[in-house]
Design a protein around this ligand. Sequence first.
Ligand code: G3I
Length: 355
Amino acid sequence: MRHLQPMWRLTLACVVCACGSSADGSVTTQPPPISPDTFALRALAAARGRRIGAAADHGYHLQGSDGNAFRSVLAREFNLLTPENDMKFDHLHPAQGTFNYVHADSLVAFAEANNMKVRGHTLVWHQQLPGWLTAGTWTARDVSLIMQDHITQVVNHYKGHVVSWDVVNEALNDDGRMRASFWFNSLGRSYVETAFTAAHLADPDAILFYNDYNIEGINAKSDSVYALVQALKLRGAGIGGVGFQAHFQVNGVPPTLQQNLERFAALGLKVEITELDVRVPLPSTPQSLRDQAADYAKVISACLAVANCDAVVMWGFTDKESWVPSVFSGWGDALPFDASYGKKPAYWSIYNALK
Ligand code: G3I
């Protein structure tokens, strides 16, 4: 059956996309004249040598009230899955010496049953740490051993099932200095290299990422990340990539995104867009959703233009389930599917950019 959708067309004055664009430089968000399900995003991404992903959790999402709809769209459209919360420290390691893999294992099983790869997220982060760890009285040596043991056990558990890990997440402030955190305060900046070394020893085949936000464009923070990962690479710490989270406000994609990805790629690292969403003021309007679609196209096109950019992952896929409204009051509708799992203009702009 032919899929009927409204037609959208929007003009991007400042971006010329290599694909999904017409001769006049406009980006089309028009559905293609064939059944789109036959050529879901994952097939188009694979044809471009890329993976397209989404974040999800076992309990809230796969087993949630919309489980069937959620699972079928996730499996149909995406070939990469990031656990939104299920692999964080407090979820996997709720008590000292006790690991709970039940939810994360279910997520991995779902991915494997649907021929999707898994990005592990995240081994060392300043948030979502369990009370037993943060409230404990430890020496620096204790903390280092706990961190390394956590990494070793978790990476070992998922060896062969998780292709890449966000080993260290959000270690820097926006001014480029190290973030004061449980890890930094206990161990100093060396914890970053220690974490990568432990992960690399546990699974030399996994691609190990440093992941952060506000580093998508060239700025003080991305300069600092550049220096950090360059040093890690020179020291042979096992780093393989940098994740650019890409939590954007509408019309907020930095113009230096592609240039920034290129400089990190030139270090011999993979670059991935790891948590993409584009929030708009609520209620959204036809215009804000067109602007959002243009932003998604810019990100996909930047990744396609950089050979080492092999994946774009969205932080969810439906506006029904997103972290955005609870953190940015008055903002939302940040994803390419609406709350009823309908395809928004952003979906078609991603589709056409990949095509
Ligand atoms: O599990 C509890 C549940 O028992 C309780 O009833 C409920 C009530 O608030 O909270 C549930 O936990 C919440 C959890 O998400 C699962 O939904 C936490 O309170 C909440 O803080 C947690 O938020 C997550 C956040 O990371 C934690 O900082 C978001 O879902 C998740 O999207 C967000 O993801 C981060 C990335 O990991 C790193 N980059 C930024 C990104 C957005 O903040």
